[in-house]
Design a protein around this ligand. Structure first.
Ligand code: PGA
Length: 228
């Protein structure tokens, strides 16, 4: 069955500086005019670039999200940016608990829960990231996440049917907890223009969260085309 909505989320991580983020967001404005309605696109720029990117994309259907948030609204929390501040500039989403936050910055499940609650309380839609390392052999293929921008830096490829199986399990687990809330589940881990369609074809995969390949206009355009 054809999907009503396809979520294409671009996590720019710390790959793009201010000028590069400005340029890519301006290039996306023109591109967005041809986007089919079913494509729900969002970009996640750095904290520093978020205001400019929101401004550039204001009149487009492309939403903007935060890569990370702090759950307190305001206060003495040096270096942090709150969910409320992101909401205030016009962000719609917030990544919460990305594996790079968990592994490199030692974010705990408790902090992640606080961030989920912080985002929900002010109307920022959280995108909760869950995963596994290769050693844990459970899920999100953290082992499949790119280590850099180059194609040679691509992580190991996760088979689309295996991703679909795990998505089915996650969907069932969330549905059992929430009953009436149908979760939207995105796949992330070295998605490239030549693999996007295969993931999106799977019944339990509602969209993709793309890192490295979303930071180049050409590869991102190819991913979107292949997704349509
Ligand atoms: P990648 O990142 O596409 O660069 O592997 C994906 C992610 O971090 O979710």
């Amino acid at each position: 069955m054809a999907k009503t909505n396809i979520y294409l989320f671009a996590n720019w991580k710390m790959y793009l500086g201010m000028a590069e983020s400005e340029k890519l967001s301006k290039d996306l404005v023109k591109f967005s005019k041809k986007l089919p309605k079913k494509i729900k696109m969002a970009v996640f720029p750095s904290a520093l670039s978020s205001t400019a990117v929101v401004k550039n994309l204001k009149k487009t259907p492309i939403a903007v999200g935060a890569q990370n948030i702090y759950f307190e609204d305001k206060g003495g929390f040096t270096g942090e940016v709150s969910a409320a501040m992101y909401k205030d500039i016009g962000s719609k989403y917030a990544l919460v608990g990305h594996s790079e936050r968990r592994h490199l910055f030692h974010e705990t499940n408790h902090e992640i829960r606080m961030k989920m609650e912080g985002a929900l309380s002010i109307g920022l839609m959280p995108v909760l990231c869950v995963g596994e390392t290769a050693q844990e052999s459970a899920y999100e293929p953290v082992w499949a996440i790119s280590k850099g921008l180059g194609v040679q830096e691509q992580g190991k490829h996760c088979d689309a049917t295996e991703a679909n199986r795990v998505h089915g399990f996650i969907k069932k687990t969330v549905l059992a907890l929430t009953k009436d809330l149908e979760p939207i589940i995105l796949f992330g881990g070295s998605v490239r223009p030549n693999t996007a369609a295969e993931y999106l074809k799977q019944s339990n995969i509602d969209g993709i969260l793309v890192g490295a390949a979303s930071t180049h206009l050409d590869s991102w355009k190819d991913i979107v085309h292949n997704a349509c």
